[in-house]
Design a protein around this ligand. Structure first.
Ligand code: ADP
Length: 215
C-alpha cells in the first residue's frame, strides 16, 4: 500500500499516518519528523532545518528530495509506505514519480485532509508533544493522564516552536502557494481522495479506511 497524505498544517495527518501505517504494516515516512530528529541530534542539517522550520518555511527541494530518495530506497519501504508531508512542491512531486518508476510502483491514493481555518488554529495552539517518544497530545481533545506530562515517558510535554501564531500563518501561506497546486496533478490521475478530517481520531480513521477501500 502506497499512500500520500496531504492537507494544511494541523489537519491531523501525522496522528492518522502513524495509525494507518501500522494497520497496513508499512513505514510511516514523515519529512517533518525526519528534520526534527536531525535537529535533536544536532547535525548540520538539523541546525539549518531548525531555523527554517521555526519560520514555517520549506527546506530546499534538493535537500528534501535527497533525504526522501534515500529513505524510500530502503528495504522496509519496498512493500509500501504512508508518506506524510511529502511531496509539498512540484519538484518534489516529480522526484517521487521518478522514484516510483524506478521501483516499478504506483501511488495507490493521495488523500487530502479537509479542515476549516478555525479548526487548524485550535488544533495547533493546543498541540503538545513528548520530546522523548514523539507522542502527540491536545490540551482539550487528547489530554495526557497527568497535565503536561507524557503518559509513556513521564517527560514534560512541549509545544512545537513552529506552532506559534506567526509561524502558523506563514505555513498556511506556503501551503497555499506551493502545495495546493499539486492537487490538480493527482486529480487528473484519478487517485485523489478528500477526507473530512473533523471528528474524533477514530471517526477520521474509519473515513480514511473507507476512502482507501473505495479506490
Ligand atoms: P505541518 O504539516 O504541520 O506543517 P510537518 O511536521 O509536516 O508539519 O513539517 C514541519 C516543517 O518541516 C515544515 O514547516 C517545513 O519547514 C519542514 N518540511 C516538512 N516537510 C517538508 C517538505 N516536503 N519540503 C520542505 N520542507 C519540509
Amino acid at each position: 500500500m502506497r499512500l500520500v497524505f496531504m492537507g494544511p498544517p494541523g489537519a491531523g495527518k501525522g496522528t492518522q499516518a502513524a495509525r494507518l501505517a501500522e494497520h497496513f504494516g508499512v513505514p510511516h515516512i514523515a519529512t517533518g519528523d525526519i528534520f526534527r530528529r536531525e535537529l535533536e541530534s544536532g547535525t548540520r542539517l538539523g541546525k539549518k532545518a531548525g531555523e527554517v522550520m521555526a519560520r514555517g518555511d520549506l527546506l530546499p527541494d534538493e535537500i528534501t528530495n535527497e533525504i526522501i530518495a534515500k529513505r524510500i530506497r530502503q528495504e522496509d519501504a519496498q512493500k509500501g509506505f504512508v508518506l506524510d508531508g511529502y511531496p509539498r512542491t512540484p519538484s518534489q512531486a516529480k522526484v517521487l514519480d521518478q522514484l516510483l518508476e524506478e521501483m516499478g510502483a504506483n501511488i495507490d491514493a493521495v488523500i487530502k485532509f479537509m479542515v476549516t481555518g478555525d479548526e487548524i488554529v485550535s488544533r495547533l495552539s493546543g498541540r503538545r508533544s513528548c520530546p522523548v517518544c514523539g507522542e502527540i497530545y491536545h490540551l482539550v481533545t487528547r489530554p495526557p493522564m497527568n497535565p503536561g506530562v507524557c503518559d509513556n515517558e513521564g517527560a514534560a510535554l512541549e509545544m512545537r516552536p513552529d506552532d506559534s501564531e506567526e509561524s502558523v500563518r506563514n505555513r498556511l501561506e506556503v501551503y497555499g502557494q506551493e502545495t495546493k497546486p499539486l492537487y490538480d496533478l493527482y486529480v487528473a490521475r484519478g487517485i485523489f481522495r478528500e477526507v473530512d478530517a473533523i471528528g474524533s481520531t477514530e471517526e477520521v480513521f474509519q473515513r480514511l479506511l473507507d476512502a482507501i477501500d473505495s479506490r
